[in-house]
Design a protein around this ligand. Structure first.
Ligand code: HQG
Length: 179
């Protein structure tokens, strides 16, 4: 399976599990889970690749985009459809990062980081990860530093999702600084 097919399939799987389950013929439960076999069948039919290859893409995703449990699969983060993901209890670093477009800065300084079209705000563990996220939005992304420790001390929940993504409802401007 070449890298380009792998990326296309991964994008389809992420899209189906985060944004358009209905269009993909999937039924997600309240926590975002659906039957692994059905998802594998859909992608295998759509891209004409073996079921094993699809399952490999799901199970070895480098960012941990997919969770598999007991014959079910769900997206670990990134949802625009409403899902109720149990909070993990994994420790959160004191500092997190967010890469974004310079065009968004005026509004972010005023309102903080908002989920926009997704259910949560997504934060990165490292500056490098944040650069990659930001480069999806602009050629010269800005990196914001988030003071996660005081945010949590003030009662806001931050949860680890996948291998290195952290989600929260909103990051008020007082916890943000520009790198
Ligand atoms: C911006 C990918 C104006 C925010 C990535 C971002 C991530 C504001 C954009 C995950 C704002 C939303 C999510 C405000 C936030 N005013 N703009 N007040 N607050 N924004 O794509 O974080 O590879 O929905 O800065 O790695 O870029 O798909 O979020 O630029 O983990 O697995 O609004 O998706 O993961 O953009 O990316 P997005 P994101 P995958």
């Amino acid at each position: 399976l070449n890298g380009s097919t792998r990326r296309q399939v991964s994008k389809f799987l992420s899209g189906a599990l985060r944004h358009f389950p209905d269009d993909a013929g999937l039924d997600l439960d309240d926590a975002g889970w659906t039957t692994l076999n059905t998802v594998v069948d859909r992608a295998s039919e759509k891209y004409g690749i073996d079921r094993e290859a699809v399952e490999g893409i799901i199970r070895t995703d480098p960012k941990g985009r997919f969770e598999v449990d007991d014959g079910r699969v769900r997206a670990a983060y990134g949802h625009s459809v409403a899902v109720d993901l149990d909070s993990g209890g994994t420790p959160v670093p004191d500092t997190l990062y967010h890469g974004t477009s310079p065009d968004a800065l005026v509004s972010i300084r005023e309102e903080g980081l908002k989920p926009m079209s997704r259910q949560y705000v997504h934060l990165s563990e490292s500056v490098d990860d944040a650069k990659e996220v930001g480069s999806r939005h602009a050629a010269d992304p800005v990196i914001l530093q988030i003071n996660a420790a005081p945010m949590q001390a003030d009662g806001q929940t931050i949860t680890k999702r996948g291998k290195s993504v952290y989600t929260t409802d909103h990051v008020p401007p007082r916890y943000l600084s520009e790198l």
